[in-house]
Design a protein around this ligand. Structure first.
Ligand code: DAT
Ligand code: MG
Length: 142
């Protein structure tokens, strides 16, 4: 059976500032996925804390929220077969220094916090994350 999934992608502040958004989106489209929504926004603290709520007890939480709210990001919804796993694979490991060559984080990440891109880690998380960033009528059918 065809499993159409959706995933939330965030292009993080340094990658946006460095003009890498279009290249990153183009790599994701080459996976056979469709972009159903895209916008540039500056996350506020409340949104960042909700989006990363699962990490609120981690030592890096404060730095992560400060980074993600420091400058504009691009938020996008991608849809397609196995979208979650395909995007995670294209992103590479969380730490760009450990990410496989040719992955988005290996190519554009600066360090483990400033790692260029976010992608949802499961279908359930994806739907929750998408609803934090987009209303239903901002998203095209995929
Ligand atoms: P991922 O973004 O690969 O799903 P994660 O969910 O474990 O990774 O962490 C969310 C974000 O938090 C990650 O993209 C960057 C930051 N982060 C994770 N581990 C970190 C660490 N050890 N030091 C600093 N920031 C970290
Ligand atoms: Mg994660």
């Amino acid at each position: 059976m065809l499993e159409i999934e959706r995933s939330l992608v965030l292009i993080k502040p340094d990658a946006v500032r460095n003009g890498q958004s279009d290249e990153i989106i183009s790599r994701l489209k080459k996976l056979g996925l469709k972009m159903a929504a895209r916008k540039t926004l500056r996350m506020d603290r409340a949104l960042a804390e909700k989006h990363y709520a699962v990490h609120k007890e981690k030592p890096f939480f404060k730095e992560l929220v400060e980074y993600m709210t420091s400058a504009p990001i691009v938020a996008a919804v991608f849809g397609g077969e196995k979208a979650v796993a395909k995007i995670r694979q294209a992103m590479g490991a969380t730490d760009p220094a450990k990410a496989e060559a040719g992955t988005i984080r290996a190519d554009f990440g600066l360090n483990v916090t400033r790692n260029a891109v976010h992608g949802s880690d499961s279908v359930e998380t994806a739907e929750k994350e998408i609803s934090l960033f987009f209303t239903g009528d901002e998203i095209a059918a995929t």
